[in-house]
Design a protein around this ligand. Structure first.
Ligand code: AMP
Ligand code: MG
Length: 518
């Protein structure tokens, strides 16, 4: 049994209208809404770590009342169901009210250690914020969200979590590439968990509507509940200190994404977490062959607004939109720019630390930037796999550097031959650089291997698990989940999950091309 303490609905104004129909919701931050039951729920996978953190044992989680709750078919004692109201900037434009169109909260639980978690079902049916959409999610995108949330957690990247993946036994109709080829797909519901699912867009919407009272209420609530460490800050400094904290957390998150090769794909302000968590796993992807301009999201294929290398710049742009919103209630709006300056400082400092570790340097030196930029350009030109390159670099003996150890990271043998001389020259400089640290090789390799994952949830791996699950076999979901629990360790027998993307997956839907349709 979990205990619930539903502060959000208790402390923030809710919607008077209790009917479930699409509408603009004014003067309120949430609407009561029940999940819509599904025909035949089946628990396909769950995260044991997340269950334990909540204080829930496996047997309880697998019991019929819990599976029913995780599918949206029933509420357990203490749960309360609602959806929240937010807006957002999508692809650079203000999109007005969006809201939880297919996410329904089940309330807030507090575990034995006093940690608070919001529970949310994604895909549990329409809400007042669904507009014309169905409130459902397809199995493929639910598998991707479930697996990637947990993979990111184990990689040490701040993220919302996933407790469970339940198939619904119902079909969901989707036009995957928006090209007039709609088809029925199996549906699913993921139960996601986070201390708070608050997004930048939650603050932007009341600000855009000029509702200072509501914005102030929301800010005070968010600080009191989600940032208790700011309690002792004097009233007139608290808003700014909070914004600075959000900027720092966002900067740290961006460095993590750049470190592990993660591309979110849809960095709209409604997909940015106030806690600096990775949130809303949609058409995300992992960099295989290194390419700063790569995006997995076909919807963004032309503009590449959200490609790999632009993520830190976009995060800052999004923080600027949050600052715009907060300026409505800030005593000194210009002071918010100090938060943005902290974003830049924090990003640069964290980037240096993370990339020093990736390259095995004891600490970052100013002239390391040239060495790093040079190899990143080479990785791009020679189409080298990012994850395999960094793991292989840790294997190089600096007294006898052997270029062939990198060979398996190349997608095209001809490009290895073509760029071999440039790589050798770079390796000579790199070995000189790390030698100057005067460190035992083991210490350097350990530091590199703790910053460079051996296993990431490559797009084609998730797609293979999806293909099998759609045929009724969920075993690969659990195999991947198990592998991604220890992403920095060598796992004998699981080398296949660390392998380069196979050729068949290069341009295949789901593997390198995804859309927002989910
Ligand atoms: P996204 O681009 O997935 O972050 O979603 C943007 C907005 O569309 C959010 O308000 C979502 O809740 C809503 N949305 C996306 N898919 C659906 C769906 N199938 N049904 C209802 N609302 C949706
Ligand atoms: Mg979203």
């Amino acid at each position: 049994m979990l205990s619930f303490d539903n502060r959000l609905v208790r402390e923030l104004p809710g919607d008077d209208d209790t009917r479930n129909h699409p509408r603009q919701v004014l003067g309120a931050l949430w609407s009561p809404v029940m999940p819509t039951p599904v025909a035949a729920p089946r628990l396909l996978a769950y995260s044991i770590e997340m269950a334990r953190e909540l204080g829930l044992d496996d047997d309880e989680l697998k019991s019929p009342p819990w599976v029913a709750a995780l599918a949206g078919n029933a509420l357990l004692p203490g749960m309360t169901a609602y959806a929240t109201c937010y807006g957002g900037h999508q692809f650079g434009n203000w999109a007005r009210q969006l809201g939880d169109g297919r996410a329904i909260y089940l309330g807030e639980t507090v575990n034995g250690a006093g940690q608070r978690f919001e529970l949310q079902l994604k895909g549990a049916g329409p809400t007042p914020y669904s507009r014309s959409a169905d409130g459902r999610a397809v199995l493929r995108s639910s598998i991707r969200e479930f697996l990637c949330s947990e993979a990111m957690h184990h990689l040490g990247v701040p993220t919302t979590r996933a407790l469970s993946l339940v198939s619904t036994g119902e079909a969901v109709r989707r036009d995957m590439f928006y090209d007039g080829h709609a088809a029925d797909e199996p549906g699913a519901v993921v139960c996601r968990i986070a201390p708070s699912f608050m997004r930048f867009g939650h603050f932007e919407l009341p600000a855009a509507r000029g509702d200072q009272t509501l914005l102030r209420q929301l800010v005070d609530f968010c600080i009191a509940r989600d940032f208790p460490e700011l309690d002792s800050v004097p009233d007139d400094e608290r808003l700014l200190r909070w914004f600075v904290e959000i900027c720092e957390r966002t900067a740290r998150l961006m460095v993590h994404w750049m470190r592990v090769g993660f591309v979110h794909g849809v960095m709209n302000t409604d997909n940015m977490s106030i806690l600096g968590l990775t949130i809303d796993y949609g058409p995300y992807g992992w960099v295989d062959d290194f390419d700063p301009g790569w995006t997995p999201n076909t919807t963004d294929g032309a503009g590449r607004r959200y490609c790999f290398a632009r993520q830190p710049v976009i995060a800052r742009w999004n923080l600027e939109r949050l600052a715009d919103a907060l300026s409505l209630i800030a005593a000194e709006p210009v002071a918010l720019t100090t938060g943005l300056a902290r974003y830049d400082e924090c990003y640069n400092a964290q980037f240096r630390q993370a990339f020093a570790a990736k390259f095995g340097f004891a600490a970052w030196r100013d002239d390391d930037a040239a060495l790093v930029e040079e190899i990143l350009a080479l990785l791009h030109a020679a189409q080298v796999d990012m994850s395999l390159f960094f793991r292989s670099l840790a294997l190089i003996d600096i007294d006898v550097p052997d270029l062939t150890l990198l060979h398996h990271a190349f997608y095209q043998p001809a490009l290895f031959d073509q760029h071999a001389a440039a790589f050798s020259a770079w390796l000579a400089r790199w070995t000189g650089r790390v030698r100057s640290d005067n460190e035992p090789a083991e210490a350097r390799a350990a530091r590199m291997n703790a910053a460079n994952p051996r296993y990431v949830l490559r797009n084609y791996l998730a797609q293979q698990a999806i293909d099998r699950a759609e045929q009724g076999d969920a075993t690969m979901i659990n195999e991947l989940l198990e592998t991604m629990r220890h992403p920095y360790s060598e796992q004998p027998g699981r080398d296949a999950f660390a392998a380069r993307r196979p050729e068949w997956a290069r341009d295949k839907a789901g593997c390198s091309m995804l859309s927002c349709s989910s």
